[in-house]
Every structure is written in C-alpha cells, then in structure tokens.
Design a protein. Structure first.
Length: 164
C-alpha cells in the first residue's frame, strides 16, 4: 500500500472559476475537468498550501494576485493499492489573465456551470457539496470515498479542533 498526495485550487474572479480541461494525451484523467493543481512533492508533504501555490504558478502563471486561499476539502480514496489524498483549496484572484500550459486548457466558468462539467467522481461529489447548503466557508470538510452497492458515496465530516 502506498500513499499519494495531491493539491488543487479552485480560483474565483467575479463569480467565475478558473478550471482546467485536462489534455486528451494526459496519462491521468485525460479530458476531465478540474481546478489547477498536481502532486505534492516530498519536500512539501507537510505544507500542501505551498504545493498548491507552486502548482497555481506553474499551470497559470498567477503568482501575487491570490487572496484568501483556504483549505476547504480533504478527499481520501483508495484506488487499487494506493491511498490518494487530495487537498482542495478555494481562493480569489483579481486577474483573469493566465499562461497556457500543456497540462490542459484553462477556462473561466460561471459558478452556475460548475456542476455541469465532467470531473472525476470524487470531484463531482465535492463540487455538489460545495454548491449545497451544507458547505460552510469557515470549515474544512473531509470526504472519504466509500463504495455502496458499487456506487461512490462520499462521507463528509467537518475537521474540528476539540479539547482533550
């Protein structure tokens, strides 16, 4: 069993979110939609936010226009012999300019259109939760992927501090 860690950012500007449609030649999730992000490097393992900022810069060229970048979701799933853990951030940017990348094509998508894109199954569930009344800007949610009758179910819990 191995562990892979990823980070992803959904950046907002004026009611639109910057999404990437992954290139059809990509090994992982070709033609799927996502925020911007990628693998967390070993030296970043204890700082997924720094990894997220690095990925934003690499994939968009956006560096100093990011505001309120907040961890909102941690998604955990098992795929064969790999536990995949994704740290999902949401933030605002005050620019709509970006660079092109060979990872895929970037688009500004209206919030109302977020739920109509073809994401991975776990990201689809996360977007549904984000757009629901259960979402809360002041909390981090952890989603654990579970198979119920062969279909994906996400178990959502708030990550909260407590007193021993």
């Amino acid at each position: 069993m191995t562990l892979k860690n990823y980070t992803c950012a959904f950046l907002e500007n004026d009611g639109c979110f910057l999404l990437m449609k992954r290139a059809p030649n990509r090994e992982v999730n070709p033609d799927f939609w996502s925020g911007v992000g990628g693998k967390i490097e070993p030296c970043e393992i204890n700082d997924p936010c720094s990894a997220c900022v690095r990925e934003i810069k690499e994939e968009t060229g956006i560096t100093n226009y990011i505001e309120n970048l907040k961890l909102r979701y941690i998604i955990i799933r098992k795929h064969k012999d790999v536990i995949r853990q994704s740290y999902i951030y949401f933030g605002k940017v005050n620019t709509k300019s970006f660079i092109n990348t060979d990872e895929g094509t970037l688009y500004w998508i209206a919030k109302e259109e977020l739920k109509h894109k073809h994401y991975t199954s776990t990201y689809t569930k996360m977007i549904e939760h984000y757009l629901s009344s259960d979402a809360d800007d002041n909390n981090i949610f952890i989603g654990v992927a579970e198979s119920v009758d062969g279909k994906l179910e996400m178990l959502w819990s708030k990550v909260e501090d407590f007193i021993d």
